[in-house]
Design a binder for this molecule. Structure first.
Ligand code: HDE
Length: 678
């Protein structure tokens, strides 16, 4: 019943791995029929320690007991200081060839070039065991294993960041993570220290708007955009340069959970996103994204249309610089071992290949230091690049030697340059003609100062632009999120201060949040005019592909259910029957089903089961299409749902359901859910 994917054993042994086996030499190293010690000695018994008689004591000479427990004692490694909670998958990136004029990096420039990648998605604030669906920024980090060396694009699902200078990162994270005295709250920003910091450090305002928007609560990793955030410099074969911003565009569109759904999901399935990624890949419903670039001229001042491209709190609206697609990513293989692959993968902003350079963005510059540094304590020394998941798919000849966990047996006596002793075995420097990474000569000049450029000072215009670009429903969600989070603060002064920040963004938003908090709305100085960027809105008239969506039928596994299953399968939709008890064709029981799992529900029985009533009510509140088959009408009546309400689909067929799912939710139902004005 419950599990709907093949067992892990079947999964790992599948012959049809769609990507090439990068870890072929180390996958499944545990071989042989017999249990052995770490030294390969066969063991007759691993259930009883060696004792002086059955009643003990245990003997120190029991090498198996000591080895087994010692290894176990050291199984955990430090979790990431941020982005501790994550999950990942392998995939293939195929270049369209459309970036050939702007970069010489072959994995982007050559048409149809396939590159193996590993992507790790993450939340930022929670610990490794925290829930997936919390309100947070999501990491979207991609390792491209190219023959020219590894390139890492370590991005987020929001295009801006809280701070402009890396030196503020420890402050930001100390404020945003749990309170140091009690280590609560876990994985959320709804607490005093976060709002204290961001209300004082107003360059965070733009990112806070994104975090409070529906982008902070994605439906799945499949339905998230990804952004490189910083501006990068691309270099072509003629050494001409442009400035670019990287975007991942999900083929499935950008969709979010409803806020209440995220809270329920955190309890009923804390692994919601992780599970969806793994199950979807097992089911062949691969996650797909297009990589795109916004291309800006490499003007000497690194600005574009008045926007400072070195300021990571600013976007370049797509209407000013369209996102040009340059390749496609398909995530199509699950890791075999979470620890070895997803936990041990180490990203680094300095993993660059010829054709891609960094800029002077002060946030990016600090990251260039941090990522390498953090791995030294997290992965225990400088040789983490030798871990299978981190090994480049390019020859390595680095003259680095020794160190903890060295697993290469280096030969030769001259790991230094210049030398006259290494002969054929020694590396020689490679100039640009041999594919060497040569930093583009750029003049560096300036007084030594601790200061920001003047252009970094505007903290509100783009926050206002973001708000103005969203649909009214999304704007309401932002107001509700601010109200919720600020209500969770203990300190009234923090709420009042944050309202005064919002007052500089948008007075209507400030009024709504102030009303929710029962506080007066302060006057501010919001930007007089902003030009909205329609590309930022999530709720539009667009209909999206529906692969990976889940429909639940409350009923029995009959012919009608089977026919729907068959018809929607073609579009990648999973249809699950929810029945009172388990049995053939039943995937969820009344006891185990919860509304959050389903994107649409069909009531096909007149059950009076209270859990099913709640499921329908939640589906209704969360704006999901609800179909009615036969006696299902009675179930809707039990749940107090009006059959004429928007998105209640009488006797829906596959086509009707698909159309409704393609719009993600029944937005027309929103007015029904607002409390009547008194
Ligand atoms: Fe990170 N960040 N970060 N970050 N970051 C880490 O590196 C850091 C920033 C991002 O799945 C750490 O290996 C500094 C922006 C992702 O393994 C650490 C600053 C963006 C991941 C670190 C930033 C990110 C990390 C922790 C301010 C989006 C997870 C463990 C200058 C563009 C990668 C690790 C994974 C992880 C430092 C800001 C994205 C400590 C100092 C901006 C997706 O090195």
């Amino acid at each position: 019943m419950e599990p709907t994917v093949p067992s892990p054993k079947v999964k790992q042994d599948a012959e049809s791995s769609p990507v090439k086996e990068s870890l072929a030499t180390v996958r499944g190293l545990q071989t042989g029929d017999h249990l052995t010690s770490g030294q390969g000695v066969r063991l007759p018994d691993t259930d009883h320690s060696l004792k002086a008689g059955p009643r003990g004591p245990a003997l120190l000479e029991d090498f198996h007991l000591r080895e087994k427990i010692t290894h176990f004692d050291h199984e955990r490694i430090p979790e990431r200081v941020v982005h501790a909670r994550g999950s990942g998958a392998y995939g293939t990136f195929t270049s369209y060839g459309t970036a050939a004029s702007v970069t010489k990096a072959p994995f982007l420039a050559e048409k149809d070039r396939e590159t193996e990648v590993f992507v790790r998605f993450s939340t930022v604030l929670g610990s490794r065991g925290s829930a997936d669906t919390v309100r947070d920024t999501r990491g979207f980090a991609t390792k491209f294993y190219t023959p020219e060396g590894t390139f890492d694009l370590v991005g987020n699902n929001m295009p801006v960041f809280f701070i402009q200078d890396a030196i503020k990162f420890p402050d930001l994270i100390h404020a945003a993570k749990w309170h140091p005295d009690r280590e609560i709250p876990q994985a959320q920003t709804a607490h005093d220290t976060f709002w204290d910091f961001v209300s004082l450090h107003t360059e965070a305002t733009h990112h806070v708007m994104w975090a409070m928007s529906d982008r902070g609560i994605p439906r799945s990793y499949r339905t998230m955009e990804g952004f490189g955030v910083h501006t990068f410099r691309l270099v072509n074969a003629e050494n001409e340069t442009v400035l670019v911003k990287f975007h991942w565009k999900p083929v499935a569109g950008v969709h979010s959970q409803a806020w209440e759904e995220t809270q329920i999901t955190g309890g009923v399935d804390p692994d919601f996103h992780r599970r969806d990624l793994a199950d979807s890949i097992d089911a062949g419903l691969f996650y797909e994204y297009e990589l795109g670039i916004q291309v800006m001229p490499d003007s000497g001042d690194e600005t574009f249309e008045g926007i400072d491209l070195l300021d990571a709190t600013k976007i370049v609206p797509e209407e000013l610089a369209p996102v040009q697609p340059i390749g496609k990513l398909v995530l199509n293989r699950n890791p075999d071992n979470f620890h070895a692959e997803t936990e041990q993968i180490a990203f680094h902003m300095g993993n660059l290949v010829p054709g891609i350079e960094v800029t002077n963005d002060p946030l990016l510059q600090g990251r260039l230091f941090s990522y390498l540094d953090t791995q030294l304590s997290r992965l225990g020394g400088p040789n983490f690049t030798q871990l299978p998941i981190n090994r480049p798919h390019a020859p390595v000849n680095d003259n680095f030697r020794d160190g903890l966990h060295q697993s290469v047996v280096h030969r030769g006596i001259a790991p230094y340059l210049p030398n006259s002793l290494a002969g054929e075995e020694g590396p020689v420097p490679a100039g640009p003609e041999k594919g060497g990474y040569v930093h583009l000569p750029k003049p560096v000049l300036g007084d030594k100062v601790r200061a920001n450029p003047v252009s970094f000072a505007d903290h509100y215009t783009q926050a206002a632009l973001f708000y103005a670009s969203l649909s009214p429903i999304e704007q309401d969600h932002i107001a509700e999120a601010f109200t919720f989070e600020l209500s969770k603060c203990y300190e009234q002064a923090i709420r009042v201060r944050m309202l005064s920040v919002l007052a500089n963004v948008n007075s209507e938003l400030t009024a709504k949040v102030a009303a929710g908090l029962g506080l007066p709305a302060p006057e501010g100085k919001p930007p007089v005019t902003v030009t909205p960027s329609p590309a930022l809105a999530q709720i539009t008239d667009r209909v999206w592909p529906i692969a990976g969506r889940v429909v639940g039928i409350i009923g029995t596994p009959d012919k009608q259910a089977e026919a729907l299953q068959k018809a929607l399968k073609a579009q990648g939709v999973v249809v699950r029957v929810i029945a009172p008890v388990g049995g053939p064709g039943v995937e969820r029981t009344f006891q185990t089903a919860r509304s959050v799992e389903f994107d649409a529900v069909i009531a096909a029985t007149a059950t009076t089961d209270l859990q099913m009533t709640v499921l329908l009510q939640e589906a209704f509140r969360h704006l999901k299409p609800i179909g009615v088959w036969g006696k299902g009408e009675q179930l809707l009546a039990n749940a107090g749902i009006d059959l004429k309400a928007p998105g209640i689909l009488p006797d829906p067929d596959a086509e009707t359901l698909a159309a409704a799912l393609g719009r993600h939710r029944v937005w027309e139902r929103v007015p029904l859910l607002k409390p009547a004005a008194s």
